[in-house]
Design a protein around this ligand. Structure first.
Ligand SMILES: NC(=O)c1ccc[n+]([C@@H]2O[C@H](COP(=O)([O-])OP(=O)(O)OC[C@H]3O[C@@H](n4cnc5c(N)ncnc54)[C@H](OP(=O)(O)O)[C@@H]3O)[C@@H](O)[C@H]2O)c1
Length: 249
């Protein structure tokens, strides 16, 4: 067999938000690296499309709305022991600070912050994450290094994850369980489909990226693979920025 320190052969990985964008790319790329992958999201049809594009045949999907505690419990009840968890599902709802309401806070935090924390907690409590397992969070440069007009709440929801990872990484180190985050800049996915950012604004934004383009979902997936693989066995609590140089300026 060819030497490959990034292999995911014999690993079982659970990926949230795998019906589109970064999560879908992560599921496909992890399957190509040899993992058995369990994917989850709300939209069953799109989950099925992800499965169709994956390499190998023993992957499965579990439908769950992660804003609902009962669905998180159902998910935990239905997953086997896993080697890796990718807490990737997330939403963006730009809103100016002065217009923030309890409803919007709950909507954003339930998916971006509470779901990854609860899912991680419940999987740990049920002993579903193997010793030496890896937990990866899709955070954002917007929770780590910068923000935008209308993104205060989104930034707060992601910054909370980056904080959670620091403390939990220390606690879980005794079991060899590692927690790391990937922090993308703008990636070409459906996340901006709600039409809050116009095409013209997106073109303008692109010019602010030193590498002169937005990222591709696969380019985040490859970093997720690094954190899931044994190549990163000595890396925990790390925040990897993947942003075409955006935060350098
Ligand atoms: N795209 C970017 O520029 C960018 C930059 C930095 C960070 N990120 C982060 O990257 C992650 C993935 O985003 P993306 O860009 O790939 O967006 P996307 O294409 O919109 O995908 C979001 C995924 O999250 C799932 N999801 C949303 N709400 C959910 C809920 N209530 N329950 C379960 N699943 C839910 C969606 O599935 P269903 O609709 O089927 O439920 C979908 O699979 C997010 O955490 C996002 O904040 C994205």
């Amino acid at each position: 067999m060819q030497y490959n320190p990034f292999t995911l052969l014999d690993k079982t990985i659970l990926i949230t938000g795998a019906s589109s964008g970064i999560g879908k790319a992560a599921a496909i790329e992890c399957s190509k690296m040899g993992a058995k992958v369990i994917i989850t999201a709300r939209n069953v049809e799109r989950l099925g499309q992800t499965i169709k594009q994956m390499a190998g045949s023993d992957h499965e999907y579990i439908q769950a709305d992660l804003s609902r505690y009962e669905d998180i419990n159902k998910l935990v009840d239905n997953v086997p022991e896993i080697d890796g968890l990718v807490n990737n599902a997330g939403i963006s709802k730009p809103i100016l600070a002065q217009f923030i309401s309890e409803e919007v806070v709950n909507a954003i935090f339930s998916v971006n912050t509470f779901a990854p924390i609860y899912l991680t907690q419940r999987l740990l409590k049920q002993k579903r994450i193997k010793n030496k397992g890896s937990i990866v969070f899709t955070s954002s440069i917007s929770g780590l290094a910068c923000s935008e007009v209308g993104e205060s709440l989104y930034s707060a929801s992601k910054a909370a994850i980056n904080g959670f990872v620091k403390g939990a990484a220390i606690e879980l180190a005794t079991k060899g369980i590692r927690l790391n985050t990937v922090n993308p800049g703008l990636i070409d996915t459906n996340i901006f489909d709600e039409g809050i950012i116009t095409k013209e604004q997106l073109e303008e934004k692109k010019k602010r990226y030193p590498l002169r383009r937005f990222g591709k979902p696969e380019e985040v997936a490859y970093a997720i693979i690094y954190f899931l693989s044994d190549a990163s066995l000595w890396t925990t609590g790390a925040n990897l920025i993947i942003d075409g140089g955006y935060t350098l300026i």
